[in-house]
Design a protein around this ligand. Structure first.
Ligand code: S3P
Length: 450
């Protein structure tokens, strides 16, 4: 997003929504970022279809353009990247601005640590509060020189011209961004760099590196790359983002008489925790036509209304559904019985503190939601027709909070006014339109105070 996008407010309609129809949500954010990054570092052209034209991935695209990579303007999800090779990037004239995007900052930090020139990486107010020490630490061990603001926050100044050495890194938290950062720096390091994760996290970087002809070895929880190779440009078909589809999965589960089909959704097993959790809650979800597209599994997903029940969410599913908890909390409020989430302290360092912000919003809407240090306890009100009351909610610069409360509107007695919804553009352009088109009532007010 530009440095000052006008604020937007969403207004839910107390609705008798009947969600129906087939829809395709926009492209996967994680895969879109990586397609630009690896396409830029490859030799030859990379032809991307299904690219997410959201602000986060567009910021990645702009950063690589600023480093001399020719990239076409996205048109209907089609982007062509003229790769410059691992050593072909040029010094940008200005700091690289990544907006709200943690993925851009953390993955690019790994790439930039291996360049011959200095760079500055900066983001918006939300990103400037998020922890970057988690990437500064392993990169420094590899020989990178990085200056940060107080407490390991951005902006980050990355000094070029360092000789990186390979490391064996045991990640202190389950983070695909940290793993990817280390592996991308490993492309520039002498020797074999390995990242070992405490629990499985999304593996798009490993899959895509292999797809570009750069071998990633995998032994159990450890992924390794050896520096000094090369990437070859290729075609990439980005599937629809399961994290965006999740809003519609919960919407259809909680709205009476709903029956929707979500098309061409990415089904990478490191991302499908939301389906497992919803199914354990009693959701009616059917996976149709599973297939593979360019190294990533894809399927169409049918979701019908169901009576949900509260569960204790298995901790091993947490990293596999890490972005879906705001809307899963809404599902839990619409279930019968109690839902307990533990082992999810990472939610406190996302685009907002998603435990605090969601618990606060749910309480305002009349739901008994208790924040804990690493999760939440929610007493479901699924036996009642109207689960939520009416309230004003601030999404705190967090796209997924805004969309989660939009979904809550489907079971609200009154109107939910959700402020700061301009951030929805980071991951899901067109959300309000698509939601309204398939039957959910949502109107948008421009320029409201935030
Ligand atoms: C992402 C990894 C996750 C996720 C984020 C995207 C990625 O973050 O929350 O939205 O593309 O690698 P962490 O790796 O920090 O958990």
């Amino acid at each position: 997003m530009s440095h000052s996008a006008p604020s937007l407010t969403y207004l839910t309609q107390p609705s008798e929504a009947r969600l129906k129809g087939a829809l395709r949500v926009p492209g996967d954010k994680s895969i879109s970022h990586r397609s630009i990054m690896l396409g830029a570092l490859a030799e030859g052209e990379t032809h991307i279809t299904g690219f997410l034209e959201g602000e986060d991935s567009l910021n990645t695209l702009r950063c690589f353009r600023a480093m001399g990579v020719a990239i076409t303007d996205p048109a209907d999800g089609v982007v062509r990247v003229k790769g410059v090779g691992l050593h072909g990037l040029k010094a940008p004239e200005k700091p690289l601005y990544v907006g709200n995007s943690g993925t851009s900052m953390r993955l690019m930090a790994g790439i930039l640590a291996g360049q011959a020139f200095d760079t500055v990486l900066e983001g918006d107010a939300s990103l400037s509060r998020r922890p970057m020490k988690r990437v500064i630490d392993p990169l420094t061990r590899m020989g990178a020189v990085i200056e940060s603001a107080e407490g390991g926050r951005s902006p980050l100044t990355i000094r070029g011209g360092q000789k990186l050495k390979a490391i064996d890194y045991l990640l202190p938290m389950a983070s695909a961004q940290v793993k990817s950062c280390v592996l991308l720096a490993g492309l520039y390091a002498e020797g074999r760099t390995c990242a070992t994760e405490p629990a499985p996290t999304r593996d798009h970087t490993e899959r895509m590196l292999n797809g570009f002809g750069y071998p990633v070895e995998r032994h159990g929880a450890t992924a390794c790359v050896t520096g000094g190779g090369a990437l070859q440009g290729r075609a990439i078909d980005v599937p629809a983002d399961i994290s965006s589809a999740a809003f519609f999965m919960v919407a259809a589960s909680i709205a009476h008489e709903a029956d929707i089909m979500l098309e061409h959704v990415g089904m990478n097993p490191t991302r499908t925790g939301v389906i497992d959790i919803l199914k354990a809650m009693g959701a009616d979800i059917t996976v149709h036509n599973p297939r593979e597209v360019g190294g990533e599994p894809v399927a169409d997903i049918q979701v019908r209304h169901a009576r949900l029940r509260g569960i204790a969410i298995p901790e091993d599913l947490v990293p596999l559904a890490i972005d879906e908890f705001p809307v899963l909390f809404v599902a839990a409020a619409c279930a019968e019985g109690q839902t307990v989430l533990t082992g999810a302290e990472e939610l406190r360092v996302k685009e907002s503190d998603r435990i605090a912000v969601m618990a606060d919003g749910l309480q305002k809407l009349g739901v008994e939601a208790t924040a804990t240090p690493d999760g939440m306890v929610i007493v479901g009100r699924g036996a009642e027709r109207d689960v939520f009351g009416e309230a004003e909610i601030w999404s705190q610069g967090d796209h997924r909070i805004a969309m989660a409360f939009s979904v809550a509107g489907l079971r609200a007695r009154g109107q939910i006014r959700i402020h700061d919804c301009q951030f929805v553009e980071t991951s899901f352009p067109g959300f309000a339109d698509l939601f309204t088109r398939c039957g959910g009532g949502l109107s948008v007010e421009a320029g409201a105070a935030s």
